[in-house]
Ligand binder design. Structure first.
Ligand SMILES: NC(=O)C1=CN([C@@H]2O[C@H](COP(=O)(O)OP(=O)(O)OC[C@H]3O[C@@H](n4cnc5c(N)ncnc54)[C@H](O)[C@@H]3O)[C@@H](O)[C@H]2O)C=CC1
Ligand SMILES: N[C@@H](CCC(=O)N[C@@H](CSC=O)C(=O)NCC(=O)O)C(=O)O
Ligand SMILES: [Zn+2]
Ligand SMILES: [Zn+2]
Length: 379
């Protein structure tokens, strides 16, 4: 590549301050150092976690930064020692790394990886503890180790999954976050079995992916709970069989669900990021075995609570990051499943815009009629 080893100046959406509109800037992207990969990002979607950090409520939020973590692109160049990808490879950046060597990766118990997490949380690269992004010499922080709201980004080699070059990047970019998170919460974290009764709190992309996962796992009832009744029509297409709007009831929503299910659901999933709903999701579970999985990201300072009796009497409270999927090993497998039409992606994409329209894309996301908006990065 003619650009290898050189600084690339390209367009990126920079978050200078919490909640202030993102600014499209010319950003300098330094070449990848040892163990790093520079990617030409072709498509990125927006996730509510980007909005969460942008809101200033993320304790790890750093400004100015380049947000974005649900994307796909093509490797432009690689740093010294990078062996698993090369220029031209089609890739999905993975905010949850997989080094295959650390204590976490080797445990067989988790998909979390410890190798670069400190650096990604601090908005820098591990090699020299610096950012690869700058504007006229002033550094701009990375975000989640991905920063996909830039036409070019630099990631750690342990944070990049090589995928089938035939896969449409404007679709499989969604496999960078929301869809795997919902599917994996069901398949890997909860391990829902055939016949189970499932409740899903929040029917955005993550909740709908939970519904899709639950349907494929053979759940007998998939109860969708959302305060926006418009969500039900679309939710039916993803496997939701019944809909409950908490606004239609005077009693607590956990009681409504317990009454509807002869004592409670087998599995519940919180896909909102609301700690009161997390409590309800636990408490609507069946005594003795019901398991509740927290997926939603709650703001700094928020805490969950319940009576310990809820756990003493057999309910289980769990959480999941990226649906428990090991990113580099399993994202390519998810891409293959999409290519074989075994999982949906297109159905989650309600809007397509360009990088220059990113602020409009966030507005759409907040309006509720948008599941995923995919941005074309190069006009
Ligand atoms: N743990 C993980 O690895 C991941 C977590 N997330 C988090 O998952 C959450 C969901 O993400 P999306 O589906 O993209 O969000 P979304 O905003 O599209 O969906 C949330 C849904 O919850 C509904 N809702 C809001 N308040 C409610 C309430 N009190 N009761 C019932 N329904 C309510 C909304 O109407 C909406 O349909 C976010 O917090 C996001 O940050 C996202 C990806 C990965
Ligand atoms: N910095 C945040 C962390 C928010 C969080 O929990 N992120 C999820 C992914 S959300 C994707 O859209 C996650 O995978 N967490 C595990 C991790 O290693 O970060 C905060 O502190 O609230
Ligand atoms: Zn996300
Ligand atoms: Zn690791």
């Amino acid at each position: 590549m003619a650009t290898a080893g050189k600084v690339i100046t390209c367009k990126a959406a920079v978050a200078y301050e919490p909640n202030k509109p993102l600014v499209i800037e010319d950003v300098q992207v330094a070449p990848p150092q040892a163990g790093e990969v520079r990617i030409n990002i072709l498509f990125t979607a927006l996730c509510h976690t980007d909005a969460y950090t942008w809101s200033g409520k993320d304790p790890e939020g750093l400004f100015p930064c380049i947000l974005g973590h649900e994307a796909a692109g093509i490797v432009e160049s690689v740093g010294e020692g990078v062996t698993e990808v090369q220029p031209g490879d089609h890739v999905i950046p993975c905010y949850q790394a997989e080094c295959k060597e650390c204590k976490f990766c080797k445990s067989g118990k988790t998909n979390l990886c410890g190798k670069v997490r400190m650096a990604t949380g601090a908005g820098i690269m591990m090699n020299d503890r610096k950012s690869r992004f700058s504007i006229n010499g002033k550094p701009i922080y990375h975000f989640m180790g991905t920063s996909t709201f830039s036409q070019y980004t630099v990631v750690h080699d342990v944070s990049v999954a090589k995928v089938d070059p035939q896969a449409p990047l404007d679709k499989v970019c969604l496999l960078g976050c929301g869809v795997p998170t919902g599917l994996g919460a069901v398949w890997n974290t909860a391990k829902v079995e055939p016949g189970a009764i499932v409740a899903i709190f929040g029917l955005g992309t993550v909740g709908l992916a939970v519904a899709e996962g639950a349907k494929s796992a053979g759940a007998s009832r998939v109860i969708g709970v959302d305060i926006d009744s418009k969500k039900f029509d679309i939710a039916k297409n993803f496997g939701v069989t019944e809909f409950v709007n908490p606004k239609d009831y005077d009693k607590p929503i956990q009681q409504v669900l317990v009454d509807l299910t002869d004592g409670g659901v087998d599995y519940s999933f919180e896909c909102i990021g609301n700690v009161s709903v997390m409590r309800a999701a636990l408490e609507c579970c069946h005594k003795g075995w019901g398991t509740s999985v927290i997926i939603g990201v709650a703001a700094s300072g928020q805490e969950i609570s319940t009576r310990p009796f809820q756990l003493v009497t057999g309910r289980v409270w769990k959480g999941t990051a990226f649906g428990g999927f090991k990113s580099r090993s399993q994202v390519p497998w998810l891409v293959d499943k999409y290519m074989k039409k075994e999982i949906k992606i297109d159905e989650y994409i309600t809007h397509n815009l360009t990088l220059g329209e990113i602020n409009k894309a966030f507005d759409l996301m907040h309006e509720g009629g948008c599941l995923r908006c995919v941005l074309k990065m190069h006009e």
